[in-house]
Design a protein around this ligand. Structure first.
Ligand SMILES: Nc1ncnc2c1ncn2[C@@H]1O[C@H](COP(=O)(O)OP(=O)(O)O)[C@@H](O)[C@H]1O
Ligand SMILES: [Mg+2]
Length: 328
């Protein structure tokens, strides 16, 4: 078995706010192998972006990692015992693409100088060499007339083209891991499909590992090997994409699949999950999904139980044993 590239181990992240301590992540554990694509899905507020921020070292006051750690190729990268010498991996070996490229691109700098800057900084290339590399990168993400495009400003690009620029910057230093946080949410469906196709292509060509964060399970189906489902700051189910879509074990995952158009075999069953997730100021000790769960009972108020199997896990007391043996 290949050793993991990235390990997130029992990660707890809190935000100290005026109203109290928001427990944004409560014991998140994940691992990622080289070249693997992992989808993280869940409703808004479930902790997807905070997970990505923790991996990128972006948790800042009022936030803090209160327990657990992130390891990169076995070295502690974030958390109490973080190894300061491991920091250069940020921006070089691990890069991130955000939902809204307009907030991460500098409107006053040409696209060419922004890409070249990253290359000069991390790869130590001369300015002319960095510019040549930037042009190659723009072509490789499907932007035509790259030479001319280098001298344009972000506002001269469409939304989809800006996201391609962000991806070009993300892969400029040939990272081992690209984290994409809702990279296509702001784009229309056709452009969205093109960007996802581009990511799949790069993944194959570069052997890149990808963490794809989305609230849309349909997107995960097309691109990911494995998926982790988040709910209220915890992972409630992980597994291989095909297995999870075929036989979701957690009632929340089942609800998500039933509410995603095109995923459920019987479209007429398309139903939203009623209710809302619990507040994270005082989250329950037991299952957070209990108030919305169709099969939960009193027993689920006891501290969360987790079942681990070869290719994933589920945090549900009710995931029936017969269904389990089938899943294995
Ligand atoms: N800077 C912050 N201050 C206080 N709470 C925060 C902050 N950032 C995130 N949170 C809280 O952490 C939880 C997880 O947020 P986030 O990871 O952004 O969710 P999402 O799954 O939508 O990406 C939410 O309850 C959010 O309100
Ligand atoms: Mg988010």
């Amino acid at each position: 078995m290949t050793s993991p590239l990235l390990e997130i181990d029992n990660l707890h992240v809190c935000f100290d706010t005026r109203a109290g301590t928001v427990q944004a992540l409560r014991g998140v554990s994940l691992s990622l192998a080289p070249g693997e694509t992992l989808g993280i899905v869940g409703e808004s507020g479930s902790g997807k972006s905070v997970t990505a921020q923790a991996v990128m070292g972006l948790i800042d006051v009022p936030g803090r990692i209160s327990e657990g750690e992130v390891r990169w190729q076995g070295r502690p990268l974030a958390g109490r015992n973080a190894d300061r010498d491991a920091r250069p991996v940020w921006g070089k070996e691990i890069t991130m693409v955000f939902q809204n490229p307009m907030t991460s691109l500098n409107p006053l700098m040409t696209v060419g100088s922004q890409i070249s800057e990253v290359i000069e900084l991390h790869l130590g290339l001369s300015r002319p060499a960095a510019r040549r590399r930037a042009a190659e990168l723009l072509s490789s993400v499907g932007i035509s007339g790259a030479e001319r495009r280098l001298d344009q400003y972000p506002h001269e690009f469409s939304g989809g083209m800006r996201q391609r620029v962000m991806i070009a910057m993300g892969i400029a230093c040939e990272p081992k891991l690209l984290i994409a946080d809702e990279p296509t949410t702001a784009l229309d469906v056709t452009i969205q499909a093109q960007i996802l196709e581009l990511m799949a292509e790069l993944q194959e060509k570069m052997g890149l590992a990808i963490v794809l964060i989305t609230h849309d399970l349909g997107i995960v189906a097309g691109l990911c090997h494995r998926v982790a489902v988040m709910y209220a700051g915890q992972i409630v189910e992980t597994g291989l994409v095909d297995a999870i879509f075929e036989n979701p074990l957690h009632p929340y995952t089942q609800g998500l699949i039933r509410s995603t158009p095109g995923l459920d075999a019987e479209e007429e069953r398309l139903t939203a999950i009623e209710g809302a997730p619990p507040g994270l100021l005082q989250p329950p000790a037991g299952c957070s999904f209990l108030p919305r769960c169709p099969i939960g009972d009193k027993g689920c108020e006891a501290p969360q139980a987790m079942r681990i199997f070869e290719t994933g896990m589920v945090a549900c007391r009710k995931a029936g044993v017969p269904a389990w043996s089938e899943a294995l």
